[in-house]
Design a protein around this ligand. Structure first.
Ligand SMILES: C[S@@+](CC[C@H](N)C(=O)[O-])C[C@H]1O[C@@H](n2cnc3c(N)ncnc32)[C@H](O)[C@@H]1O
Length: 237
């Protein structure tokens, strides 16, 4: 924590300049699906379950999962603007080269089962009630492979304590990684954490995609570059 108690974010907040349509989506559509911090669990229906995805990147998994499960409420957190804009594009079907920025202003509230937190998830953590989530996805988190950067890794005792608080008993924390340092690190951290238990009983349980999986950008990159991702599910005791 810094002096002002705001955690430092080490990743990128913005990449290339957004094209017109994506920029218009950020200005006009994001406010319609943005999470209200005063009522973080507020959805316009009574959800069967509530899931959180931390660092959704380009949003492929969040968009695909939420489209398949309309009775589940999803909170997605991401800091990287270009990623958020891409999720909005997937949610609306509006592509970056589309010349329809005026129409975007008229888009109604849609995708009622997704709310976006466009900032560091650690700023939202204190606002999330105890035992409120059924599942948390942390998919291909930045590995920070150098030893001197280990304190930047998202899987750490402080964040695990919060995740244990906000997950319901028997809730699942799903962590995917293609990085062997991060895999070993995660298993070490989780084995030291009394609140979670790894659900795997054999290699098939973590070497293959779970049944409800949607491929992500970083997963595709890993496979292209010859790395084999692992999928680790931990149950909240
Ligand atoms: C390596 S990328 C993976 C993106 C995506 N999950 C995928 O599999 O393609 C990690 C993402 O996590 C986001 N991220 C890292 N720490 C975060 C935090 N504290 N809150 C919200 N997002 C975070 C980064 O901005 C980045 O987009």
């Amino acid at each position: 924590m810094q002096i002002d108690d705001k955690p430092h974010f080490y990743g990128r907040r913005q990449g290339r300049r957004l094209r017109k349509a994506k920029s218009a989506l950020m200005d006009s559509f994001l406010p319609k699906v943005k999470l209200n911090p005063a009522k973080p669990m507020d959805f316009p229906f009574v959800p069967k379950k509530t899931f959180l995805e931390i660092g959704f990147g380009d949003g492929d998994h969040l968009a695909g999962h939420s489209a398949k499960n309309k009775d589940i409420a999803y909170i997605g957190a991401e800091v990287f603007k270009n990623g958020i804009a891409n999720l909005l594009s997937l949610m609306t079907g509006i592509k970056q080269n589309d010349e329809i920025s005026d129409e975007i202003k008229l888009l109604p509230e849609r995708n009622d089962n997704v709310r976006i937190w466009d900032d560091d998830i650690r700023l939202l953590f204190p606002l999330l009630p105890d035992n409120s989530l059924d599942m948390v996805f942390l998919l291909f988190p930045d590995p920070w492979p150098k030893k001197r950067h280990a304190s930047r890794r998202f899987v750490n005792p402080d964040n695990l304590k919060v995740l244990a608080r906000i997950l319901k008993p028997n809730g699942i924390l799903r962590i995917a990684t293609d990085h062997m340092v991060y895999k070993i690190w995660t298993l070490e951290q989780m084995s030291k954490c009394p609140d979670f238990e790894w659900t795997a009983t054999c290699g098939n349980d973590w070497k293959h995609e779970p049944a409800d999986w949607v491929e992500t950008k970083y997963q595709r990159k890993a496979i292209r570059e010859g790395r084999r991702p692992v999928f680790l599910d931990f149950v909240r005791k």
